[in-house]
Design a protein around this ligand. Structure first.
Ligand code: ADP
Ligand code: MG
Ligand code: MG
Length: 902
């Protein structure tokens, strides 16, 4: 037996044996109870059964060898420390059996209090409590209730029902009015309920109670709600929970006892002060159950000054020790304070920044650590306006929170109407079944976008996120009727002109106007709030941490911007250049007709005329952008999308022509158009005639753009500004494509630039897998690479971005094939590998090759860390994401221990 014991794997740790860094093994609760014990804080003695024991139990269906013996030994030392035996009839030791996993899963698993009480020890407990019968029977009825419910699956309502009956019989609604006799009768009633549901008597053996409770805690790991919670929070399913066996202390011994919870700072705002609730004469579960009204913690000062002072002292000590906001659970037994739990507390995004700033002020952490404590997702949250929902607004529908923020406005159903009303200064919400590229102007004009179809990677969602515009997608309770200009929801009809409010964070839709508060953090980034001169803890903390991030980061942050206004805004947000200026929209609107002429040109000279007419328009576009970005690099992508996007839809055109023919109208022109559209129709436009292919097929198109860029740069230079254009050729797969474009472009540039001093770089997107795999060759003809990770993901996985999410991404997420859409966060192993290969081989062929990324991923926190690791020079993202990327680029340095990974 002795030999056996020495080889036993250690499954049980006394509180004095653990510490806060053993969360994997002891769970968060157990590790922190051990830490507090070792700090000398008043923690009731106890021990922790490891997560390994739980894992073993869950895989084999029985307790691992040696566990029972180790529990026995620890129980014995607990008994001798306490001078009592578990369930002793005269003077019983009672324990709680508490779950506690590595990650906190609030309310998901089980706790049983007062284990060790039975028909005899309840009498002993009363005697030990100075004849306090009421207390003893109250504790016993709680044990049967919790044990019945969590260990034996007796429906909890039955107990609650019996408790209510006892209170009704007494004509009261307050537990405290039940006296010892009432509670004794209640225990009888509870026992009957127990027998009815389990077919056996309530177990009287203390050790059996303990073993069954431990087993129930193990099993609660796989309770349905726990499984669901873990899936949602992405907590691995195989961690298991630890089990803490803790000597009971009693908050229900009378008015000089009680129980409470507290935070060392306000978890909502981060403000310093005393935040907590206290409930006299109660056991722990009463506080959360909301059975009786708690009082603010401050009132404890009047009730029990010495415990109150001790508690505040301990809270200060914990903060200093954990160097962070802690939340705690405590109980006072007849004037003696006991600590039952602590952990680093959850907090809002605002509190995260404020607390990190305060802890730096207090000298508890340095700025690197402060940077580590906040993240881009929190910053992004703080940049959206919020609804003030204090006036009971009820949502009428709930879709997907596709792009966060809060927007109220007049409902419109068409892009044109959105533009019209916005021009009058009205806020509008564009409502569509789903959006397409033709809705772009309407989306730009709208305050928010609401669709009844599509998920997080639908056109509406992706474009709205890119613009930082509020969007709720896939609100399928809404029935949109565009021709009739109305939608119906929950039996109500909403017409064009009515007002709705949408919350892009929660996905909720409200009728009428919900008041909105602007984001102070955005006001700060825009320069309208001076952090040095206002009394705003959040803005000051954000300023301080952002400044530190900027000082740390190696990655530059650029923006994706197609207009002067976007460029100016991004610059205020800290953008250090434009990484992607798309030229597509410069061919829409009034210019569509010119583009049609360009595409359909048959007669000689027709195409040249169209290009000539487009040139000055393009030049003006670029001049405006260069002016705003004076001194900073601007990467202009030559036109990319498939041609047919500039032409009317085939079906519609065919119908129009047929109708006109029927009426005998002259349709020669329309017929020509129809023929052209037919000729250019593609089955897979995203894999068709676009990008560099278009430039090689339509003579003069790229040349016109190159000329416009160069001329705009020269004009700026003449006006004393510095334009740094970088011409980017899209969709290159072979170096020969790039060489052909380059040869033509270089001639034009040389001719336009002359001795103006303007320098124009020529580079390429890396967005076709073949380009990544032949990067060494391509680098010979490119001065820079910019990774177009949207297309690279699309072509790397073979996923049609516009179709796949709705079709099967849900299933892939469910099966865990990926944890997050690869369009949202870079797929490090696959698509990321292409990026790595191209970066390495490109730099090997051309040292000093500039490397950046301009896909959606440039503003995604995880992806930014990846791009830092790979050694890119910059990321580029939508203006709104620029501060997020700055912050994460700084965090990436701090997290890799300040090392430069290049
Ligand atoms: P949860 O994880 O749901 O917070 P806990 O294990 O912390 O569950 O238990 C819930 C409450 O039960 C605690 O807040 C505490 O008030 C009470 N409790 C647990 N163990 C003891 C104990 N040994 N003595 C007194 N009260 C206890
Ligand atoms: Mg619990
Ligand atoms: Mg707790």
């Amino acid at each position: 037996m002795a030999a056996q014991e020495t080889v036993d794997h250690k499954y049980v740790y006394d509180f004095s044996e653990g510490n806060k860094d053993l969360k994997d093994l002891l769970g968060g609760k157990g590790a922190n109870l051990a830490e507090m014990t070792n700090l000398g804080l008043p923690v009731p003695p106890g021990f922790t059964i490891t997560t390994e024991a739980c894992q073993a139990y869950l895989t084999t269906g029985r307790e691992p060898d040696g566990l029972a013996g180790q529990i026995e030994k620890h129980l014995e030392s607990l008994e001798s420390a306490m001078g009592k035996r578990l369930g002793d009839p005269q003077d019983p030791l009672l324990v709680s059996v508490r779950s506690g996993a590595k990650f906190s899963m609030p309310g998901m698993m089980e706790t049983v209090l007062n284990v060790g009480l039975n028909d005899q020890s309840v009498v002993g407990l009363s005697a030990q409590a100075g004849g306090n019968d009421r207390f003893a029977w109250d504790s016993y009825r709680r044990l049967i209730q919790m044990f019945g419910k969590t260990v034996c699956e007796v429906p909890g309502e039955e107990f609650e029902h019996a408790l209510d009956e006892a209170k009704n019989a007494k004509g009261t609604s307050n537990d405290l009015d039940l006296d010892a006799d009432d509670l004794r009768r209640l225990v009888d009633a509870y026992k009957k309920i127990f027998v009815k549901h389990t077919g056996r008597e309530f177990p009287q053996q203390p050790r059996e109670q303990l073993d069954l409770a431990i087993r129930a805690v193990f099993e609660s790991w796989n309770a349905e709600r726990a499984v669901l919670y873990r899936r949602q929070e992405r907590i691995p399913a195989d961690l298991g929970t630890a089990v803490n066996v803790v000597s009971m202390v009693f908050g229900n011994l009378g008015p000089d006892s009680g129980t409470g919870v507290a935070f060392t700072r306000d978890p909502g705002s981060g403000a310093q002060g005393i935040y907590g609730d206290y409930l006299a004469n109660a056991q722990g579960e009463d506080v959360v159950a909301g059975i009786r009204n708690t009082v603010p913690l401050q009132e404890l000062e009047q009730l029990d000054k010495s415990s109150y002072d001790e508690l505040l002292g301990i809270m200060a000590r914990l903060e200093e020790h954990y160097k962070d906001l802690c939340d705690i659970e405590f109980t006072i037994e007849r004037g003696k304070l006991w600590m039952l739990q602590t952990r680093v507390g959850k907090r809002t995004a605002a509190a995260a920044f404020v607390i990190a700033g305060q802890l730096v002020d207090e000298g508890l952490i340095d700025l690197d650590e402060a940077l580590h404590r906040v993240n881009g997702a929190q910053l992004a949250q703080l940049m959206f306006p919020r609804f003030q929902l204090d006036h009971e607004f009820q949502p009428v529908a709930k879709g997907i929170g596709a792009s966060p923020g809060a927007a109220s406005g007049t409902v419109v159903f068409t892009s044109a109407r959105a533009v019209e009303l916005a021009a009058e200064g009205r806020s509008v919400i564009l409502v569509r079944r789903e959006t397409n590229p033709d809705d772009l102007n309407g989306m730009i004009a709208a305050k928010g976008i609401l669709t009844s179809r599509g998920g997080k990677t639908s056109h509406a969602a992706v474009v709205a996120r890119g613009m930082g515009k509020t969007c709720v997608s896939g609100a399928d309770e809404i029935d949109v009727n565009v021709p009739a200009k109305r939608f119906t929801v929950a039996g109500q009809t909403v017409n064009e002109g009515d007002v709705v409010s949408i919350d892009g964070t929660t996905g909720k839709v409200y009728l009428g106007e919900v008041p909105v508060m602007p984001s102070e953090v955005v006001q700060y980034f825009e320069g309208s709030l001076d952090p040095e001169h206002i009394d705003n803890a959040l803005v000051r903390a954000v300023h301080r941490i952002m400044t530190h991030a900027d000082g740390k980061r190696r990655l530059a942050v650029r923006t994706n911007a197609d207009t002067g206004a976007d460029a100016a805004r991004a610059r205020r947000f800290g953008a250090e250049g434009i990484g992607l200026c798309r030229t597509e929209h410069m061919f829409l609107g009034d210019r569509r007709e010119l583009v049609e002429r360009l595409i359909l040109a048959r007669a000689p000279g027709e195409r040249e005329a169209a290009l000539e007419a487009l040139l000055p328009l393009q030049r003006a576009d670029f001049e405006e952008i260069f002016r705003e970005m004076d001194g900073l690099p601007v990467t202009v992508r030559l036109i990319d999308p498939p041609l047919h996007e500039f032409l009317p839809p085939l079906e519609q055109l065919a119908v129009n022509v047929a109708v006109a023919q029927e009426r005998g109208e002259d349709v020669a022109k329309e017929e020509a158009l129809l023929a052209a559209v037919r000729r250019m129709h593609e089955e897979n436009p995203m894999l068709g005639l676009r990008g560099v292919r278009l430039g090689l097929v339509i003579p003069g198109l790229f040349a016109m753009q190159v000329r416009a860029i160069a001329e705009a740069a020269v004009t700026c230079a003449r006006q004393g500004r510095v334009a740094k254009p970088e011409i980017m050729v899209p969709l290159v797969g072979a170096v020969q494509e790039l060489e052909t474009v380059r040869a033509e472009a270089e001639k034009i540039i040389a001719e336009v630039v002359g001795d103006s001093g303007v320098e124009v770089l020529i580079g390429t997107m890396i967005e076709v897998p073949r380009a990544a795999l032949t990067a060494g060759q391509i680098a010979e003809a490119a001065e820079f690479f910019s990774f177009g990770t949207n297309d690279l993901t699309q072509m790397g996985w073979g996923f049609s971005r516009d179709d796949v999410e709705g079709a099967f991404f849900w299933r892939y997420l469910e099966l865990g094939i990926f944890g997050i859409s690869p369009f949202e966060s870079i797929d490090r192993d696959g698509v990321g590998r292409l990026v790595r290969i191209a970066a390495e081989e490109g730099r090997a062929a051309r040292p000093g090759l500039k490397l950046g990324v301009c896909g959606e991923h440039g503003g995604d926190p995880d992806s930014v860390h990846f791009f830092h690791e790979v050694g890119l020079d910059y990321v580029s993202c939508s203006p709104f994401r620029v501060p997020v990327a700055r912050l994460e680029a700084g965090r990436a340095v701090v997290e890799t221990g300040g090392s430069d990974s290049r």
